[in-house]
Design a protein around this ligand. Sequence first.
Ligand SMILES: [Zn+2]
Length: 65
Amino acid sequence: MYNILMHLETHKTYCPHCGERIEVVIDPSASQEYIEDCQVCCNPFELRIIIGDGNESSIEIYGDI
Ligand SMILES: [Zn+2]
């Protein structure tokens, strides 16, 4: 029996509130949306991870939630 390791990717992006560079960890196996707090200014933002056909992941970040 195999343990399936979740393959997580770290992406660098910028906080929509304070503009600081932040790191977000995403699961590139599925598109997803979630709310996270900025590590710098603690304001919440919404992350939308979109997985394309070629398995490339793109991130959209929204400060308006
Ligand atoms: Zn911030």
